[in-house]
Design a protein around this ligand. Structure first.
Ligand code: PMP
Length: 302
């Protein structure tokens, strides 16, 4: 996002301010040490106006991440939920991406004890994140950070240095996205997505031992099960790739996105496969309030 595309207002420590007026100190702890925690959330247009997808779950998750980073926010989960809804209303957005961050402020000591805790929320107009239906994925030369090295259930800014290195390597080699193996050489996750593989009427996805347990991942497990697919969470190894007919990423930003190839292995002639198509379409209906059975996942902006 650049300044022209930026929203009129952001929510910063309890106030609605212009983005250009939301200043932070150069000596911000989280800028130097990656100690911020954040979340990516989407708001979709529905026939009853804009609705945020799984808002409470995302806010709950950022509080989980904050706790792991030793933060005690002075706002409650309900207050942050209300702040997000109010910000979308204030910025008159019908479809947007929402980016809350909790971060440690001015303190130039690794240990952030006594550092002020700031909370900022930005929103911006956002349609589809990826231009095409499929993505080409390269295995990262680095493994995913181990859950023995960091807490991978938390969305900690510093964990993303690992993701950035993988993406830079993928781009340098002509691929669009990156994929990690874990320390035991099983599939872990993408740089900012979870992964699923398809074999007949079964979906296979890595366990949540060493990955971000994505809210889209959980939604897809539920939707796919309701569509009659069996979903197995297990350790998946690299040599199983040829046994799968399709693969796809899930995430708030990328939604459901078919993988056309992983390194040199091609899925479904580089086209979006039938299972991904079906699951993606069910997900799109759920997030847009077109399927009653998922209505509890939506928070309407009224
Ligand atoms: N894994 C990583 C590393 C991510 O950054 C994301 C995006 N937040 C995901 C998985 C998917 O999570 P979600 O479905 O909650 O967006």
């Amino acid at each position: 996002m650049n300044a022209e595309e930026s929203p009129q207002k952001v929510w910063f420590d309890g106030k609605m301010v212009n983005l250009a007026d939301a200043h932070i100190s150069l000596l911000t702890h989280s800028l130097f040490y990656g100690s911020g925690v954040f979340e990516g959330i989407r708001c979709y247009p529905t026939s009853n106006g804009p609705a945020v997808f799984r808002l409470e779950d995302h806010v709950h998750h950022i509080f989980h991440s904050a706790k792991i980073m030793g933060m005690t926010p002075t706002y409650s989960e309900q207050e942050i939920v209300a702040a997000i809804i109010n910000l979308i209303k204030q910025n008159r957005l019908s479809e947007c991406y929402i980016r809350p961050i909790f971060f440690y402020g001015e303190k130039m000591d690794l240990l952030p004890i006594d550092a002020p805790i700031h909370i900022a929320i930005a929103t911006w107009q956002w349609g589809k994140y990826l231009p095409r239906e499929t993505v080409m994925v390269k295995l990262s030369p680095h493994i995913r950070l181990s859950s023995r090295s960091s807490d991978m259930t938390a969305k900690i800014s510093g964990n993303y240095a690992n993701s950035i290195l993988a993406l830079l390597d993928a781009r340098k080699n002509g691929f669009e996205k990156a994929l990690f193996l874990d320390e035991n050489s099983y599939f872990a996750e993408g740089a900012g997505e979870n992964i699923f593989f398809v074999k007949d009427k079964t979906l296979h996805t890595p366990t949540t031992d060493a990955i971000l347990p994505g809210i889209t991942r959980a939604s897809i497990i539920c939707i796919a099960t309701n569509l009659g697919y069996k979903v197995i969470e297990r350790n998946i190894s690299l040599d199983e790739i040829p046994t799968f007919t399709e693969a796809f990423f899930t995430g708030t930003a990328s939604e459901v996105n078919a993988i056309s190839k992983i390194n040199e292995h091609i899925f479904n002639n580089l086209e979006e496969g039938p299972v991904v198509k079906k699951i993606k379409s069910a997900y799109q209906r759920a997030v847009r309030g077109e399927d009653e059975q998922y209505s509890s996942w939506l928070s309407y902006v009224k």
